[in-house]
Structure formats: structure tokens, C-alpha cells
Design a protein around this ligand. Structure first.
Ligand SMILES: [Zn+2]
Length: 248
């Protein structure tokens, strides 16, 4: 989007959305209102204050930005070699500048370095220092195979960075593809991470200042939806964004 269009868009939202809270984007520095987004699987669900009007970042992008700033501030802190699975375009430059070797992989995307099935990857053991997966684990039929594979391709001391939504206590398996998904992830998936990795640290969105707007604020028919697992629930708001740092 051109700078002029961006400026006009900000003005438009500022004029038509008076009374809405203002936030601060840690990525681009924008301060102002953030845009809502309809959730793709439903007409009645809206995600509030999602998108930064400066750079189009969403909660998970801002979260990743802050997390790296805190845990891996310098190039090489998370290793030299990263594999980014199902890479979001928005995040590619972010990771490229932090690692010496930046590879992308996906089974279905065209513009990636490797066509790989996360359940059974062709890489040798210990090939990477860091693996990043964001909102991917709902898709492959065998969840545990994915976790096992991420651990296998990590070198000693490596880290898997897993960003997921935990909408249930127990993972709901569909037993078949529903759209492109095979399940909705539950908090119990974290036990799986712990089973395969030496140490798992959960970084949650309430770790960082509210001004960055990292929480998942879901409205259902105009009302706050907050019937989420205790681990992530924020009463009256929605649920926390969670990134698991799983160390090999
Ligand atoms: Zn921004």
C-alpha cells in the first residue's frame, strides 16, 4: 500500500472510529487505533484491535518482535540456522536479518526453499538451530509426529518457537480435514512439547505492556467471548497469545 493510501486509511479510521482505544506498534512505531478483523470461519466472530494501521502487523507478529527483542536480541542469539515453516510473508525479513541461514519450508506453498511435510521431513538430524512454526499445528494429521520431527532436526541447544492458539483444555481432533485443519489445539499440546523437548518456556501476551495490544480479543455477536482455558483466559477480554520456546 502506498504511503498516501496508508495515511488516508489511518485518517478514515480515526474519523469513523472515535472512542476506540489507541495502541502502540513496537514494530513500526505507529500510535493510534488498530483495525478489527472478521474471523474466517464465522460471520459472528470478530477479532478486535488486531491490525496495526502502520505496518499491518497482527498480534502474533508484534509478539514475535517483542519476544526476540527480549530473548534473542542479537543476530546469532537463537543460532545461525533457522527453518521457518509455513512462512508468513510479513515475518520473512524479520527472520532473515536475525540468522545467517534462513530457510523456508511448506508442503503446499510455492515460494519456499523446501517442499516438506512437517510430519516427516527430509532434513538430517540436527540440521538447524531454530525452527519457527506459527499457527501450523492444526493442519497435519499427526500432531505428535510434527513435534518429534521439529526436535529431531534441531542441533543440541537449539530452540523450536511454536506460536499456537489454545482454545480448549484438550485438543479436539476432527479425524479428518475440515477445511485445511485437522484439529483445534488444546492446552494439553504443551504436555507433548514437554515430552519431546528438554525445557519448555511459555511466553504469554500479558508479559508485555498492554499498549502493544497482543491479546486475542474475540467478540461473538458483539459480546466478549472469554470461555477459554484457565491458562490463557483473560476475563472480559478474550485470551492470551502464547509462544512456546521449546529447547532441545
Ligand atoms: Zn506497525
Amino acid at each position: 500500500m502506498s504511503p498516501l493510501k496508508k495515511t488516508l486509511r489511518r485518517l478514515y479510521y480515526r474519523l469513523t472510529a472515535s472512542g476506540r482505544p489507541e495502541f502502540h506498534c513496537p514494530i513500526c512505531g505507529y500510535r493510534g487505533i488498530f483495525k478489527d478483523k472478521k474471523l474466517y470461519m464465522s460471520d459472528s466472530l470478530v477479532r478486535q484491535y488486531t491490525k496495526c494501521l502502520g505496518c499491518d502487523s497482527k498480534e502474533r507478529h508484534r509478539m514475535m518482535h517483542l519476544l526476540f527483542g527480549e530473548f534473542f536480541p542479537n543476530k546469532g542469539d537463537a543460532g545461525k540456522r533457522v527453518l521457518h515453516i509455513a512462512p508468513e510473508t510479513f515475518m520473512r525479513p524479520f527472520f532473515r536479518e536475525r540468522f545467517e541461514t534462513y530457510h523456508t519450508a511448506d508442503l503446499f506453498m510455492d515460494d519456499v526453499d523446501f517442499k516438506e511435510d512437517l510430519q516427516k521431513m527430509s532434513f538430517a538430524d540436527g540440521s538447524y538451530d531454530c525452527v519457527v512454526v506459527s499457527r501450523v499445528l492444526t493442519c497435519p494429521p499427526d500432531l505428535e509426529a510434527c513435534i518429534r520431527e521439529m526436535r529431531r532436526i534441531l542441533a543440541p541447544g537449539g530452540v523450536a518457537i511454536i506460536a499456537e492458539i489454545y482454545g480448549h483444555e484438550q485438543t479436539v481432533e476432527f479425524g479428518e480435514f475440515v477445511g485445511e485443519r485437522h484439529r483445534e489445539i488444546g492446552v494439553d499440546a504443551i504436555d507433548l512439547y514437554q515430552k519431546h523437548f528438554g525445557r519448555v518456556d511459555l511466553v504469554m501476551s500479558d508479559r508485555y505492556p498492554e499498549e502493544y495490544q497482543l491479546h486475542n480479543r474475540i467478540l461473538e455477536n458483539g459480546k466478549v467471548k472469554d470461555d477459554y482455558p484457565e491458562l490463557v483466559r483473560i476475563p472480559g477480554v478474550g485470551f492470551k497469545d502464547v509462544v512456546a520456546l521449546c529447547r532441545a
